[in-house]
Design a protein around this ligand. Structure first.
Ligand SMILES: Cc1ncc(COP(=O)(O)O)c(C=O)c1O
Length: 378
């Protein structure tokens, strides 16, 4: 519990706490437009419909409903239900994993800029955390040589988020294989945060899951992003390292103990209907990214745009001299009720901002942004 006392604020979550429900349009959300409950229930098969209708609201199995774990395992090539541990969102999985794996004297390497808890919880355990910086001038690609140089004999965990928040970067297969090989040689575990997996714009670009790629690989998944069900708060860790999962399960006894019973059944329905659910998500992001491409084409002299290869977020940069993105984003809220997420919320300078394109109001939000840009950036 020391970790809880020393942990720094989660800047992005504090920012969202201030603005998410105070603006009209979130043009920086990373989740997909929430799936309508009635439509989800209509996708239930007879077994899951009976589970829903007959549900009683007691505690659930702390590792996750066995039928749900079996369905999650089927997302991977060689895993079974006992290789999966269910959590209240990906966030709880990150918290438990870092706390059981890391402590003073341990070393971890984490891709950055990125989702703060991936490195902040690790730091709060007392571990030495090194940030593996991605750079716009390299199209945000992971620098394999840098990763190799950052390794120390104490490196216990390498954390890679791909598809990546906030850049939309997806490593090519050679880079992915190199990361796996480095992890294997070093003896470190490899946490692959794959919460945006299945949102590759070209399905041929989909990478193997971390849990399938190597024995010490750990896949982090969640219903929030590709599956458009953030409100369920259902996520999971999947790995063939059962001893590690058992230790995480022990830690979870001090966080949530077990998952929400209704959410488990709804997640199961969503995963069984994943072809339908994912097709909807891909339709949303594909339509939106085309609009963003057109916008950034027109505004190429004011913004950079490294086109994401997957996921629901990207990380462009405002290049107008003398205008900071923090000020411009504040003006955009005021004038147009549209929320951007300045790079400063990731501790990352350089006038970048996160755009989210998983929401169906993107066309309206982008029109408003463009109107504001016409008034302020010409
Ligand atoms: C890369 C990444 N990992 C983990 C999470 C946490 O997911 P959840 O909020 O569903 O627990 C997020 C959410 O934004 C994320 O972007």
């Amino acid at each position: 519990m020391m970790a809880l006392m020393r942990i720094a604020d989660f800047a992005l979550e504090r920012y969202f706490a201030r603005w998410e429900f105070a603006v009209e349009h979130l043009l920086c959300a990373s989740d997909l437009q929430g799936y309508p409950m009635a439509e989800l229930l209509a996708l239930a098969d007879p077994e899951t419909r009976a589970m829903w209708d007959g549900l009683t609201l007691g505690y659930t199995e702390s590792t996750g409903h066995p039928v749900l774990r079996r369905e999650i395992a089927s997302l991977y090539d060689g895993l079974g239900p006992d290789d999966v541990l269910v959590f209240a969102g990906a966030e709880e999985g990150i918290f438990c994993l870092a706390n059981v794996m890391l402590g003073p004297g341990d070393h971890a390497i984490v891709t950055w800029p990125g989702y703060q808890s991936l490195y902040e919880v690790a730091r709060a355990t007392g571990a030495d955390v090194m940030l593996l910086e991605l750079r716009e001038d390299a199209d945000w690609a992971i620098d394999i040589d840098l990763l190799r140089r950052q390794l120390t004999p104490a490196t216990r965990l390498i954390v890679v988020n791909a598809p990546h928040n906030p850049t939309g970067m997806l490593p090519d297969r050679a880079t992915f294989d190199a990361i796996v090989a480095i992890a294997e040689e070093s003896g470190a575990h490899l946490l692959l945060d794959e919460v945006y997996r299945f949102l590759e714009f070209d399905a041929a670009d989909r990478l193997p899951a971390g849990a399938d790629a190597t024995a010490r690989g750990i896949s982090l998944g969640v219903m929030s992003k590709s599956f458009a069900m953030a409100g369920l708060r259902i996520g999971w860790l999947a790995t063939r390292d059962r001893d590690l999962l058992a230790r995480c399960a022990g830690f979870k006894d001090y966080t949530t103990i077990c998952s929400s019973a209704p959410s488990e059944v709804l997640a199961l329905i969503g995963l069984r209907a994943r072809d339908t659910v994912l097709a909807r998500s891909r339709e949303i992001v594909t339509a939106n990214i085309e609009r963003l491409d057109a916008f950034f084409d027109d505004w190429a002299d004011r913004f950079t745009w490294v086109r994401p290869r997957a996921g629901s977020v990207g990380f462009p940069r405002l290049t107008v001299p003398g205008v900071t993105i923090d000020d411009w984003a504040a003006g955009l809220i005021e004038a147009a009720g549209v929320l951007l997420l300045p790079g400063s919320q990731f501790g990352y300078g350089g006038n970048h901002f996160r755009l989210g394109f998983g929401r169906t109001d993107l066309p309206v939000a982008l029109d408003r942004l463009e109107q504001h840009a016409r008034h302020t950036l010409r």
